[in-house]
Design a protein around this ligand. Structure first.
Ligand SMILES: [Zn+2]
Length: 601
């Protein structure tokens, strides 16, 4: 960890930083708890230790420090996480914080591209208001958009020109940067002497189009969706998107999340629609927790982003496409990731935009309330697709449902789904029922790698070795000496690796030095359950008990070998083993007699 990261870590309060993402409540002297942002849960098992500055989830066993938390949630690299935490805490970034000149150049480029997009979006807005934008204004009005709505989403117009935007932006950025912005196109005209492609002059990518900005989560415009005003071969595709750039990666953006995030948290769910127009239309009529997939299937990154805000999704996809490709894949991915999903079907096959415009927000809210749980929805679809009482139809319906059932992470939900399916499809065949039962059994819960829980003495040692307080330094020293001096004594413990890492940590953070995730979970659990550090006496008797147990283990071992030597009639071996056992018996007795009294502390 760099000096800068170290100093950010010292200044940042992990409780404050995490509270920026999830709600925490005080649960003990040093402990705060809340709903885990990394797995779906209804009662809080996510804990933050204010003193030791780490977090741990008793449900899914994730743990780490402030940087791993931010890194995991924001899906960013370690240096990026350090920067985010520093910014949150108002700690100025040193210039040399970029680990390489390339990284510094990249950050500069990103800054410049954001600036270009900001100027572009304002310029498109101006064009929309100008006489030339009349047709575009007409189009937007025809889609039910008011001037306020247009302003809210910063819609604009790209005029019918190959160089108007280029002329506006070229005084601000060089050709290379303009090219990197994705706002321009250029024809490839050959290959240069260095083997790199060579391009002709830049020209405006978006022409005679209505411009819909795409913002990142903090509301900065990073790309555009552009709709052609004309149809026909000359007009090009109906919708044209910005290409992938340093700012914009299609699979990592959820349309409208910047505006919807507060409402998503408040309402406890996200409304997911397919089209940006659906999203805008629904949002502007007051349903603010709406985001759009923009027509393509969800990516894992998008799911991860969404999970930071909610794990409840109401899906309102176009009925024509529900079940087909993108929509189906998105729902499958959300299911696998443990989201609870409800589906809305709108009357007469309308899409959300048309429905809410024609029937009003009341009717739409009503439809949302009528959303059905995914399982019910799927069973209904299976019934509709394979109607009738014929055995063969029922086999088909069950086969349709099986993959959906297997995808659900929680066993209880799978059981329920399988039972509902059997009942609603009227399945009395034992074979089909068994198939459903097996599907419910199959998927193994992801959260299963749970190390054996800690014994009391292990807890005491872990806590002693994690002591930072100079007042209790002696307890830590005794534990450290024992670990370093007689490491074999501790080998049989489940948390041995953690103990060894802690014994050599010196002034580093306990959570930081234990790298193995399972071991770190054990340590976190021990620390979160503590009120005060263990006393000297507790540590001494814990060490002693562990030593006794180690010797007892060896004695057990010897007994087996002695029995084996007797059976073989190997008297030489027998003598050696018996001698060894006597020594161990004696050592054990000595330990028993030495037991420190509790007053030693
Ligand atoms: Zn968790």
């Amino acid at each position: 960890m760099s000096d800068f990261a170290q100093s950010v870590k010292q200044q940042a309060d992990i409780v404050k930083v995490i509270e920026g993402y999830i709600r925490l409540r005080k649960a003990g002297a040093q402990r705060f708890s809340g709903l885990c942002p990394f797995h779906k849960e209804k009662s809080p098992s996510f804990s933050v230790h204010a003193g030791q500055q780490f977090y741990y989830c008793f449900g899914c066993h994730v743990s780490g420090d402030v940087f791993t938390f931010v890194g995991k949630l924001e899906n960013v690299t370690f240096p990026e996480a350090v920067r985010i935490v520093a910014q949150r805490c108002g700690i100025p970034l040193p210039k040399r914080e970029f680990s390489s000149p390339e990284q510094a150049a990249e950050a500069r480029l990103r800054g410049k591209l954001l600036e270009l997009h900001e100027i572009a979006v304002a310029w498109f807005e101006e064009q929309l208001a100008s006489p030339e934008g009349a047709l575009a204004r007409e189009y937007l009005a025809g889609r039910g958009l008011t001037p306020e709505g247009i302003k809210t989403f910063r819609m604009g117009y790209a005029p019918d020109s190959f160089n108007a935007l280029r002329d506006r932006l070229s005084p601000i950025a060089d050709e290379e940067t303009l090219r990197a912005s994705g706002l321009f196109s250029a024809k490839e005209i050959g290959t240069g002497p260095d083997g790199q492609p060579q391009f002709g002059p830049l020209y405006d990518r978006f022409r005679k189009r209505v411009m819909f900005p795409i913002a990142n989560e903090s509301g900065r415009v990073i790309a555009f969706t552009a709709r052609a005003l004309e149809t026909g071969d000359k007009a090009g595709p109906k919708y044209l998107n910005s290409p992938e750039t340093q700012l914009f990666s299609k699979g990592q953006v959820l349309f409208n999340l910047d505006k919807a995030r507060t409402a998503i948290r408040r309402d406890g769910f996200a409304l997911l629609v397919e089209g940006q127009m659906d999203c805008i239309s629904v949002f502007l009529r007051g349903i603010q927790n709406v985001i759009a997939t923009s027509g393509t299937a969800f990516t894992e990154q998008q799911v991860a982003i969404l999970r930071r805000h909610t794990s409840n999704v109401v899906v309102n996809f176009d009925p024509d496409t529900a079940g087909a490709n993108a929509a189906e894949k998105s729902i499958a991915l959300l299911t696998e990731e443990g989201f609870s999903i409800k589906l809305v079907t709108l009357a007469d096959g309308l899409d959300p935009d048309r429905f809410i415009r024609e029937r009003g927000v009341e009717a739409y809210t009503q439809a949302l309330r009528g959303a059905r749980w995914q399982a019910d929805y799927l069973i209904e679809r299976a019934r509709a697709a394979f109607p009738g009482a014929a055995a063969e139809q029922k086999v088909k319906a069950v086969n349709f449902l099986l993959p959906h059932i297997r995808r659900i992470p929680e066993k209880l939900a799978r059981d329920q789904f399988a039972m509902d399916a059997a009942q609603k499809l009227g399945i009395d065949s034992a074979v089909l029922r068994e198939e459903l039962r097996q599907a419910a059994l199959k998927r193994r819960d992801r959260v299963e790698t749970r190390a054996a829980s800690l014994s009391e003495v292990e807890r005491i040692l872990l806590r002693a070795l994690a002591i930072n307080d100079p007042e209790h330094e002696q307890a830590r020293r005794i534990a450290t000496d024992a670990l370093l001096g007689r490491p074999e004594t501790f080998e049989h413990l489940g948390c041995c690796a953690a103990l060894q890492a802690l014994a050599t940590r010196q002034s580093r953070d306990p959570i930081e030095v234990v790298e193995d995730e399972t071991q770190r979970a054990l340590l976190a659990e021990a620390l979160l359950n503590e009120q005060v550090p263990p006393t000297l006496g507790e540590v001494e008797s814990a060490i002693q008990e562990i030593e006794e147990r180690a010797i007892e283990g060896q004695i057990r071992d010897l007994r087996a070998r002695i029995a084996e030597a007797e059976r073989r009639g190997d008297f030489a071996e027998l003598a050696v083993l018996t001698q060894r056992k006597l020594e161990l018996d004696r050592a054990l007795r000595r330990l028993h007699n030495q037991r420190p009294s509790d007053s030693a502390a």
